[in-house]
Design a protein around this ligand. Structure first.
Ligand code: FAD
Length: 384
């Protein structure tokens, strides 16, 4: 029997494998990954420092342990770079492997800004356990200065983690405030004020160049100013990995296009997690991939099941100013209404028909479970 092959051993790949094994203990199962196949929780990468966790502490199980647990063959440190849909084979390194069904769980890649200058070796990004290990090794002693490019979710989480751990953080964000695409202005102010209280310095401009200077770097910003730092963390965004699917002739938009069965435009190839665009939705969060994994496991075990996404508020790990946000879908028109008391903000976004379609909570509003639950219940599902 040809195996079910899952490409990728991130949260999407391993969650799917676990869910599938609950339903089918026998079918040959392979997982193939270009990393070392350790199981870990990616959200821990941006608060691991203040929790005192090294990369090895965050690795929960080795590929060998996962293979035993899942009754699976796991191939690590190999990149799959071609799919032959007619033969139903993939090229793994120099080997050609047959599949019955193939699942793409290949995640999203870091988008790096085009920067001038010779400081590239001092610019890091953290999107997996191996990146985290490299960044931690370069970070060095407390007190060193880290320039973070990007004040989105990942940039703000790292800013909190580093500043709370004794590092000097310079945060550069061109859109004028932290979390500009997720929060209304007043809620961004609450986050900025919290991070400033930890010593984070904001620079509202773009970075145009990073040059080596002494043992560190000097960054030049779009307003002409310069910022010195020991190293740089680039956190300006992630893009679904679509190249493999595109080269195989599968439909690709912002992510690998799937229907609600997580099926791509090939009936034997599926996609989920950060690489997938499910019915037009690209959601780079854990809860959607969990829902997708449960549905796809059933489909692969013989019971065709569509994925449903309820409203899924996201908790942003900035403990100095806790944040919970139910992001407003791109392109939806409407208005924010905001109640604020210091860093405690409750903001509700209603569309033109007056329906609640997003919210943002900060400070004590974000930690009040009743408020969050009540608002989440009032939201429409993302995919009914
Ligand atoms: P990945 O974990 O990226 O896994 C992709 C896998 O595919 C890897 O094993 C890789 O080796 C493999 N691969 C890729 N290409 C190939 C190839 N060609 N051949 C073979 N293997 C390949 N979400 C939340 O909901 N809450 C949070 O608090 C949160 N915090 C985050 C903090 C950080 C720092 C980051 C970076 C993300 C965070 N997220 C958070 C997002 C969340 O972690 C991701 O949505 C999720 O982990 C994506 O899992 P994935 O399995 O789809 O992708």
């Amino acid at each position: 029997m040809r195996p079910l092959i899952i490409l990728g051993t991130g949260l999407a790949g391993y969650t799917l494998a676990r869910e599938f094994r609950k339903l089918d203990a026998e079918r040959p199962l392979w997982l193939i990954t270009q990393d070392d196949g350790r199981s870990y929780s990616k959200p821990m990468l941006s608060n691991g420092l203040s929790k005192g966790k090294s990369a090895d502490d965050l690795g929960m199980a080795t590929a060998e342990a996962m293979a035993a647990q899942l009754n699976a063959t796991i191939r690590t440190d190999v990149q799959v770079f071609a799919i032959d849909r007619a033969q139903r084979t993939i090229t793994v390194g120099s080997e050609v492997v047959e599949y019955g069904d193939l699942v793409l769980a290949i995640g999203a890649a870091v988008f790096r800004p085009p920067l001038e200058g010779d400081g590239d070796d001092k610019v890091f990004s953290v999107n997996d356990l191996e990146d985290y290990a490299r960044f931690r090794a370069a970070l060095g002693e407390q007190g060193r200065r880290v320039l973070i490019i990007g004040g989105g979710l990942i940039g703000c989480e790292f800013a909190n983690d580093l500043a709370a751990s004794g590092y000097q953080v310079e945060l550069v964000e061109p859109m004028g405030r932290p979390l500009p695409t997720l929060l209304p202005e007043r809620a961004s102010e609450a986050v900025a004020s919290g991070l400033r209280s930890l010593g984070v310095n904001f620079h509202f401009a773009g970075v145009t160049a990073v040059n080596l200077a002494g043992d560190g770097v000097r960054a030049t910003l779009s307003d002409g100013s310069t910022v010195d730092a020991d190293l740089v963390l680039s956190a300006i965004g992630l893009r679904p990995r679509v190249e493999l699917a595109r080269a195989a002739g599968l439909a690709v938009e912002r992510g690998i296009v799937t229907d609600r069965f997580l099926r791509t435009t090939d009936e034997h190839i599926y996609a989920l997690g950060d690489c997938a665009e499910v019915e037009g939705k690209v959601l780079l969060y854990v809860l959607p991939l969990m829902a997708a994994a449960r549905a796809l496991a059933k489909t692969l075990a013989g019971e065709a099941t569509q994925v449903a996404y309820p409203a899924m508020p996201v908790q942003i790990k900035t403990p100095v100013t806790p944040v919970v946000v139910a992001p407003v879908a791109p392109g939806v028109k409407g208005e924010w209404s905001v109640e604020a008391d210091g860093n405690n903000v409750r903001a509700e976004f209603r569309n033109a028909e007056g329906q609640l379609v997003g919210f943002a909570l900060t400070g004590s509003q974000a930690t009040d479970m009743k408020v969050k639950a009540e608002l989440a219940r009032a939201l429409p599902p993302i995919l009914a």
